[in-house]
Design a protein around this ligand. Structure first.
Ligand SMILES: NC(=O)c1ccc[n+]([C@@H]2O[C@H](COP(=O)([O-])OP(=O)(O)OC[C@H]3O[C@@H](n4cnc5c(N)ncnc54)[C@H](OP(=O)(O)O)[C@@H]3O)[C@@H](O)[C@H]2O)c1
Length: 248
């Protein structure tokens, strides 16, 4: 019988295989491949009390951890790293047998390189690094390097191209981009994101934070096509979107 329901997956071993397969990227000519990982509620809210954690589900956590376990590098905006209190990435025990080598380095994008960000990166054993915009204040860079923080300087020009150039130089093939909305808006409108892995949390939030999935000064319409989708017994919808027109 035909069904319009997406397959329901959970965290038993067979489902783990299915989730891992669902997250495998399409063959891509784009290297590096930048894959954004985001969550929203059914109404499109992306934070609860300023953080995305309030939307999470166990299945979303599996996906988030799997994307980190797959990645050569994790990329994130300074706003997100500070709001969510980032630290070094760990490979989740659930996915550890599918990854060889250590957890990916986290690379935080910044323009102003504030003290709080230097504090967050210092003492992480070089596992949280900084990529600063071309026009960053050199004194801020000195201050970070004096604390033992690795700081890369992006090329001038569009943000997406500068990031791609840096990622290529770092030999990063698959990049897990964890937001936030401002950088996602910039990178999507510049055509610098290859995929969006979006969890739809099983709830509508009335009168919550007014935080959209993307924001930014631009006004772009980016075509997307769904590549895989599944649900789980606890609710929620887990989708993988490729950027670009598909066959209609
Ligand atoms: N629901 C979700 O899936 C999800 C995911 C991620 C985040 N979030 C939420 O989103 C919020 C944070 O997101 P956000 O949109 O405000 O910030 P964001 O996108 O994480 O970071 C923005 C920051 O990136 C830096 N930046 C911007 N353009 C740059 C460029 N061209 N080169 C280098 N650095 C550049 C700037 O850092 P400086 O200010 O340091 O100069 C800017 O303030 C938090 O509340 C977080 O919880 C939700």
């Amino acid at each position: 019988m035909l069904s319009t329901r997406p397959p329901a997956l959970d965290d038993d071993p067979a489902a783990l295989d299915a989730i891992w397969t669902a997250l495998r990227p399409e063959r891509s000519t784009a290297t590096p491949m930048i894959r954004a990982v985001m969550i929203s509620s059914v109404d499109g809210t992306t934070t609860v009390d300023g953080r995305s954690g309030g939307l999470g589900t166990p299945t979303d956590r599996l996906i988030y951890d799997a994307m980190r376990a797959r990645a050569d590098l994790v990329l994130v905006g300074s706003g997100t790293a500070l709001a969510e209190g980032y630290g070094p990435a760990e490979v989740s025990p659930v996915w550890a047998d599918r990854r060889t080598g250590p957890a990916p380095v986290i690379l935080v994008l910044t323009r102003s390189l504030p003290d709080r960000l230097i504090e967050l990166c210092a003492g992480t054993g070089d596992r949280v690094r900084i990529a600063a915009a071309h026009d960053v204040d050199p004194e801020r860079v000195e201050a970070a390097r004096a604390r033992g923080v690795t700081v890369y300087i992006l090329d001038p020009g569009p943000t997406g191209a500068a990031i791609r150039s840096l990622l290529s130089g770092l030999d990063a093939g698959e990049v897990d981009f964890e937001g936030g909305p401002r950088l996602l808006g910039t990178l999507l409108s510049e055509g610098a994101v290859d995929e969006l892995i979006l969890s739809v949390s099983p709830q509508v939030i009335v009168g919550g934070d007014t935080s959209a999935l993307t924001s930014g000064p631009g006004n772009a319409r980016v075509p997307m096509r769904v590549v895989s989708a599944f649900t789980c017994s606890r609710g929620g919808l887990y989708t993988r979107w490729a950027v670009g027109e598909g066959v209609r």
